[in-house]
Each structure stands twice: as C-alpha cells, then as structure tokens.
Design a protein around this ligand. Structure first.
Ligand code: NAP
Length: 260
C-alpha cells in the first residue's frame, strides 16, 4: 500500500509559517509538492525557498484583508487554509490583570484571524466545490492554566466552537473543517522558555522541561511533541486520505489531557 498524500500542485495558505509549528507545516506541504503562501509580521532572516511570503499582522482586519487579496491574486483561489497563528502575550496574574486590551488581543490573534481569513477565502472554495480548513487550537481550550492563560484558553475554546459550526455549514458544500489541538510542542520559543525556567530554578534544560510538564499535570509520553509530528498530522488531514474527516478535533499531546 502506498501512502502518497497526492496533494502535489494544490494551493495552500499557512499563517505563521516562519517559526514553530507553522514552519514545519510549510516544510511538510512543500515536500509534498504543494504551492504554499505563508505569513509572519517580520521577514525571516533566511528566506524560505519555494514559498510565497507575505508580511502581515493577521490579528488585524486590514492585515487579513491584504493577505486574502494577495492569495486570490497570486493563486487565483486556494485549496487548503491552515490557520496556525495563535498564542498568548498576556502577563501572569489571573483575571485581574486581563483588561479589555488583553482580552481583545487574545481574541483577535486566536479567533478573529481565522474567522476573517476563512470568511474571505471560503467563497472561492465554495465555487470550486472543495477545500480543507485546518484550525490549530490547543489542549488549553479544555485544560486552561488559570494563572497565565485564561484569555488564550477561552479564545481557543471559541475557535473550536466556531470551527465545529463552520464545518456543519460548509461540509455539505465539499469543504472539510478540522481542528488540530496540540499539547506542549518543542518549538524554538518553548525550548527557550524551558531554558529560562531552568536558569531561574538553578537546574538544567531537562529540569526546565520537567517544570513545564509538571505545570500541565504531567505528559504520560514524557516529552513535548515535535513540530514535525504536528505537521505530519496536518498534511494527512488536508489530503484526500482524510476525505471523510470533518467537524472533529485531533489532539496531539502525548497523553496530557487527563480525561477521556
Ligand atoms: N508551541 C506549543 O506548545 C503550542 C501548544 C498548543 C497550541 N499551540 C498553537 O500552535 C500555533 C503555533 O504556535 P507556535 O508555538 O508554533 O508559534 P511560534 O513558534 O510562536 O510561531 C508563531 C509564528 O506565527 C507568526 N505570527 C505570530 N503572530 C502573528 C500575527 N499576528 N500575524 C502574522 N504572523 C504571526 C510568527 O512570526 P512573527 O513573530 O514574525 O509574526 C511565527 O512565524 C498557535 O496557534 C498556538 O496557540 C502551540
């Protein structure tokens, strides 16, 4: 049995493709012969060969509009939208430090970026009668860390509910909508965080990793996921191998979520 994904020549928009999970998704899709456009707020030090790159801030309405116009102009439509951008810059300190600006920042980055991009590109997918939309959520939507990520976790929960509703509306039109929910992933930023925590606690990198895993209640597999592992799952999900999968969520967390 061959496991060829058979997605060569398809057109993909991957948001946030210069670092972390997004960079791995870009690499996996390129490897499979997909034409890829990606975004970031800053130009990467080393250009990503073979990729259309668009500098934009997708947490703003104007940034999303400029991006989706560029996708339609350069690709004439799109087959896969992989909404990767998300994250949290909120300070620690629980509900009291989350003023309206922090809440809007979390919602704009983790929910509205995907809503605006999907809304602008879905008409072309509906016209062609096919397409796949991936929303990268987080296990924090069901396992929030109260001290530090309340707004982020709530925004990811909203993204999940939006994703489910959208799938009900557009799946009958040939467009699949799927969520990928990572636990801790060893991105450049999270490795740096483990190193910082290790320094503060007077321990080594392995000790720093353990602090993060303990804060999540442990990871049964004993390690974070690799970015390539998340990217492989996404590459499979956009392919016709996954053609009966829509409206659902794939958790990739080494067993972190403790409940069924
Ligand atoms: N890492 C984890 O452990 C983990 C766990 C669960 C879920 N997730 C989710 O997975 C996704 C990717 O996370 P990651 O850790 O891989 O991210 P990352 O390493 O921080 O990379 C983020 C990427 O997105 C770009 N970006 C960030 N904000 C942007 C904006 N407003 N507009 C355009 N581009 C933007 C960044 O480039 P610039 O900075 O130049 O803009 C970069 O290319 C997020 O949705 C996150 O919530 C991650």
């Amino acid at each position: 049995m061959s496991f060829n994904l058979d997605i060569a020549g398809r057109r993909a928009l991957v948001t946030g493709g210069t670092k972390g999970i997004g960079a791995a998704v870009v690499a996996a899709l390129l490897d499979a012969g997909v034409r890829v456009m990606t975004t970031a707020r800053s130009v990467p030090e080393t250009p990503i060969e073979g990729v259309e790159f668009f500098v934009t801030d997708v947490s703003t309405a104007a940034g999303c509009a400029n991006l989706t116009n560029a996708v339609l102009e350069q690709f004439g439509g799109v087959d896969f939208i992989v909404n990767v951008v998300g994250g949290s810059t909120a300070p620690a300190g629980g509900f009291a430090v989350l003023d309206d600006d922090e809440w809007w920042a979390a919602l704009n980055q983790n929910l509205m970026a995907a809503v605006r991009i999907d809304r602008a590109l879905l008409p072309s997918m509906i016209t062609q009668g096919c397409g796949v939309i991936i929303h990268v959520t987080s296990i924090q939507r069901e396992l929030p860390l109260a001290e530090s990520t309340t707004a982020y976790a709530a925004a990811k929960a909203a993204l999940s509910t939006y994703s489910k509703s959208l799938s009900k509306e557009v799946s009958p039109k040939g467009i699949r909508v799927v969520r990928v929910s990572p636990g801790w992933v060893a991105t450049e930023a999270s490795v740096a965080m483990a190193e910082r925590l290790a320094l503060q606690a007077g321990t080594d990198y392995e000790g720093g990793k353990q602090i993060i895993m303990d804060s999540l209640g442990g990871i049964p597999l004993g390690r974070p996921a690799r970015t390539e592992e998340v990217a492989d799952l996404i590459a499979f999900l956009v392919s016709a191998r996954a053609s009966s999968i829509t409206g659902t969520e794939y958790v990739i967390d080494g067993g972190t979520v403790p409940t069924v």
